[in-house]
Design a protein around this ligand. Structure first.
Ligand code: GLV
Length: 342
């Protein structure tokens, strides 16, 4: 297939690495959409800035394909980088959470940003479920014990979901999938908090409560809020004080939704019994080592979407957004901050 009616005649797509799976989709972008795909190979932010000023200076880069790992290599896709791209018309992010991109600056510049919607829900909820069970039943300590030839010696006894209340903080796509999975585990009650109550068919049996009620009633709190300016350190001392003694926290959202320094105090004094998390403030290179090494912390390195099928679908979805923009001058899944403008 050759697409002929472009709203951008000679699209140039700058790609932040790494491409893991959907090579065929990117090839099609080059073949059928007449696009030039530039794959960044800079080793760090300084090199990237140097390349944008020199190696790529003669390209009219219209679209940038960003990804979570870009942040690991180059830091935020922010004003400093965006200002080096005078022909930029759209940014298509390969991820549901787009905190590695400076959305405020894109809003100011009227440049649309798309993210990936829906694809990561089930896979992240699976990780959530793993962390809930690992923390409630101490499977992670059991794993350590048996490898040290200690069987159950010194292994604290776990708890079942029976008689327990699970609180889901943030009931978007992932929160809803957590609810579906946890319903079969036999919790006494599943409650949730979000800005607005969901229609009952989307609640699927979970009960809408206020934030304070959720903090006070939950035995396990599942954190499923996106990270943005209003959710940064959403859980801090004030909220920990309102929780039940011995509460368990599980986080597959973003590390910085929790103030990790305060959390450590509450993990040490036992108010928080354990913390299961896939996400960390300042991941991946500057995570709080003291926190991840604590006995009552189950830590995984952001594996919520780390499944071959999800990565392929993410990349293919990103390409779909790019193609749509090339053809129609619009992205398919504009982020909430820009929904009124595009
Ligand atoms: O963390 C995963 C994502 O934002 O897609």
């Amino acid at each position: 297939m050759t697409v002929t009616r472009f709203s951008i005649k000679k699209p140039v797509v700058l790609m932040y690495p790494p491409l893991e799976q959907a090579f065929d989709e990117y090839e099609d972008l080059e073949k059928s959409y007449n696009a030039v795909v530039l794959k960044i190979d800079a080793k760090n932010r300084q090199e990237l800035i140097h390349d944008l000023k020199n190696k790529y200076k003669d390209y009219t880069i219209n679209i940038v394909a960003t990804s979570g790992p870009l942040y690991h290599h180059y830091g935020k896709f922010d004003r400093e980088i965006i200002d080096l791209l005078p022909d930029l018309k759209a940014v298509c992010h390969n991820g549901a959470g787009y905190d590695p991109v400076d959305i405020d600056y894109l809003v100011q510049k009227n440049i649309p940003l798309s993210n990936v919607v829906g694809i990561n829900d089930a896979s992240t909820a699976d990780t959530n479920l793993f962390l809930i069970l690992a923390t409630m039943r101490n499977y992670f300590l059991g794993n350590k014990n048996i490898k040290a030839n200690k069987w159950r010696s010194g292994l604290p006894i776990g708890n079942n979901p029976k008689d327990k209340t699970l609180g889901i903080l943030g009931m978007g796509g992932i929160g809803k999938d957590v609810n579906r999975r946890c319903k079969v585990l036999g919790f006494e009650k599943i409650i949730y908090y979000r800005r607005n109550q969901l229609p009952s068919e989307e609640e699927e049996g979970a009960e809408f409560v206020s934030l304070d009620q959720l903090l006070a009633q939950s035995d396990i709190i599942s954190i499923n809020l996106p990270l943005n300016a209003s959710t940064h350190h959403f859980l801090d001392r004030e909220q920990f004080e309102k929780m039940k003694d011995g509460v368990i926290l599980v986080n597959t959202a973003r590390g910085a939704v929790v103030n990790e320094v305060s959390l450590m105090e509450y993990l040490k004094n036992g108010k928080v019994k354990s913390y299961g998390s896939d996400v960390w403030e300042n991941e991946p290179w500057h995570i709080n080592e003291e926190l991840i090494k604590m006995e009552n912390v189950v830590a995984t390195p952001h594996m919520g979407t780390w499944a071959k099928e999800v990565i392929y679908d993410y990349e293919a979805f990103q390409v779909k957004n790019i193609k749509h923009f090339i053809q129609h001058g619009k992205v398919l899944t504009i982020v909430p901050e820009q929904q009124q403008n595009f």
